[in-house]
Design a protein around this ligand. Structure first.
Ligand SMILES: [Zn+2]
Length: 130
């Protein structure tokens, strides 16, 4: 049986709970109209530290176009270096112009390993992506 989580406070909930028992968020209203990619991308902020890593991996493997903005924002804002690098890899896998623009926005990142990975990914792009 799958576990559901409140998208605001990440407390475990039941699938049919419209209001979060912990924080009072209107779960149904928040999730209404969101695509699978958007719901999955919300979990880039999940407090359990390995969940965002798996989410970034899955978003990249699925080439979720709707997650480019969330992956780019996460890469820029997270303090977790591993998550940042996983977001960059996912963006490269998605490979749209917007995804590559998000990668390019990190080539001057003060974190040297991030800037280096962004440059390496851009250098490895196929000629069709340039
Ligand atoms: Zn909640």
């Amino acid at each position: 049986m799958p576990t559901y989580f409140c998208p605001v406070c990440w407390t475990a909930s039941r699938e049919d709970e419209p209001i979060c028992r912990h924080c009072g968020a209107e779960i149904g209203r928040i999730q209404d109209g969101k695509s699978y990619a958007q719901r999955l991308a919300d979990a880039l902020h999940h407090p359990e530290p390995t969940t965002p890593l798996r989410v970034a991996l899955v978003l990249g493997l699925r080439r979720e176009l709707g997650a480019v903005g969330a992956l780019g924002a996460c890469a820029r804002e997270t303090d977790d270096l591993y998550l940042c690098l996983e977001c960059l890899t996912a963006l490269a896998r998605i490979g749209t112009p917007a995804a590559w623009a998000a990668v390019a926005s990190l080539v001057s990142d003060p974190r040297r390993v991030v800037a280096g990975r962004a440059r390496a990914l851009l250098d490895r792009r196929g000629p069709e992506a340039r």
